[in-house]
Design a binder for this molecule. Sequence first.
Ligand code: 6PG
Length: 243
Amino acid sequence: MDEPVVFVFENKQNLVTEFSSFFSKLVSQADASFRVALSGGGTPKIWFGDLAANHRDDFDWQKVHLYWGDERCVPPDHSDSNFGMTNSYLLEKIDIPESNVHRIKGELDPKQAAEEYSKELSEFQDESGIPEFDLVILGMGDDGHTASIFPFQIHLWNDPGICVVATHPDSGQKRVSLTGKVINNARAVAFLVTGEAKSEKVEAILNGSEKSTGLPAALVNPVRGELFWFLDKEAAGSLRIDE
Ligand code: 6PG
């Protein structure tokens, strides 16, 4: 894999504005369907708001297929639901066919939800039998988790399956998460990371230092695809500012 492309922004708004243009460009360049796995968390929430307010007519939503990189095992209208958050900040405001929205069914038994989602993702597997997303969007937790692979369960990153049932270390909440082989099979992976609390781990990961050992986010290393980091200056620590 080539070196990651790192963008550092003055603030979250500049970051999401630029990411919306980045996303719009990728979608417009796609000739057929564009499959993207979304992330939960606070940073994507801001991006969804920007996308809905300023870019919803920039491209044809008919070719965009929305998936999730992870989901909490709760009903879609639960305050913890990643789908639920995306629905209120974005989906309700854009004209996207319902059949293009492929949520993880958090209301089901976690194992069943993981099995059903794996089956759905197998519809676009590549010759190696691994689903190939056009873009996977990730966040990184303060502890270095990404999607819902947490440090204490880092072995799940290498699970042979397409997705796994994971557990939040503090709440015990069950999650369904993509595995590392799917994330690293994407044509492009983009981290959206903001806030000072992430800076130490961001620097450790980008510098490939010892301190990145044991961090699931450090395992994101697309086999063929490109890796992008969109950071605000707080998360970037001593890295330079682009915008
Ligand atoms: C989730 C996310 C999770 C998130 C990180 C960062 O379901 O919570 O997938 O991995 O990306 O916790 O969240 P922030 O963007 O809020 O820092």
